[in-house]
Design a protein around this ligand. Structure first.
Ligand code: NAP
Length: 231
């Protein structure tokens, strides 16, 4: 049976690379993106390489878009093996927490924290024993480790995403669905910038491993480079 994966924010960056790597492993991938033009183009690019990819319109900040994506998905598939909550924004890289704009605070938390939670809530009916949910977090949210003054609300949103990960891991444990958070490292994308140390292939590596190769019993943890790191 063909395995299925949904990756949010898969039109570019790490999300697109994760979609490619999973498709190369035989998955039918759903390239979820908020923008139809770039989402369709990204799915088409994978299909041109002989991979199984379809576009799924999904804005993680828009509950009706998430519901419509679910309706579209269940029209074609009845089970979801892998869900990668990758979509994210970084608006406050060089800002001071004391001067943060309320709108930026809300949109960062809505995209990076609430969005992944709503996506899992909506798609939970098609998750099954052995499904894997991967939340793409960041070392910036590592409250016991590296937190500094860097990107305050982005960092807070990722700390909260880690808490969402723990909650979901417990809530879905009885269904034997694994839920993990992962830091991809500093990656050369629009968000990471050209000076970042890692390629998108390296950034996608542990996400794809959690989706495919990690023991299914691993859940409720935070990972980087296939190792557990502190919250
Ligand atoms: P990126 O190149 O900026 O791509 C971000 C993706 O998220 C784009 O596809 C974007 O879509 C999508 N997105 C943003 N808001 C969305 C929404 N409301 N609904 C649906 N999609 C939305 O970033 P990236 O570097 O690939 O980052 C991917 C993930 O890795 C993020 O969660 C990020 O926090 C995390 N991360 C990245 C790094 C790094 O160094 N790059 C380090 C640690 C963690 P549009 O094209 O429509 O904007």
């Amino acid at each position: 049976m063909t395995m299925t994966a949904i990756i949010t924010g898969a039109n570019r960056g790490i999300g697109h690379e994760v979609a490619r790597q999973l498709a190369e492993r035989g998955f039918q991938v759903w390239v979820a993106a908020r923008n139809s033009d770039s989402g369709n183009m990204a799915a088409e690019k994978l299909r041109k390489d002989g991979l199984k990819a379809a576009f799924l319109q999904l804005d993680v900040c828009d509950p009706s878009s998430i519901r419509n994506a679910f309706t579209r998905f269940i029209g074609e598939q009845d089970r979801l093996d892998v869900l990668v909550n990758n979509a994210g924004i970084l608006l406050d890289e060089s800002r001071n927490i004391l001067e943060l704009d309320r709108g930026d605070i809300l949109s960062t938390i809505e995209t990076n924290t609430l969005g992944p939670l709503l996506v899992v809530q909506t798609f939970a009916p098609v998750l099954h024993e052995g499904s894997r949910v991967i939340n793409v977090s960041s070392g910036a949210g590592e409250i016991c480790g590296g937190m500094s003054t860097y990107a305050p609300v982005y960092s807070i949103s990722k700390t909260a995403l880690n808490a969402v990960t723990c909650q979901l891991a417990h809530a879905l444990h009885r269904n034997q669905v694994a839920v993990n958070a992962v830091c991809p490292g500093w990656v050369r994308t629009d968000m990471g910038g050209s000076g970042a140390h890692r390629s998108v292939a390296k950034g996608a590596e542990t996400i794809v491993w959690l989706a495919t190769g990690a023991p299914a019993s691993e859940t409720g943890k935070f990972w980087r480079d296939k190792r557990v790191i502190s919250w």
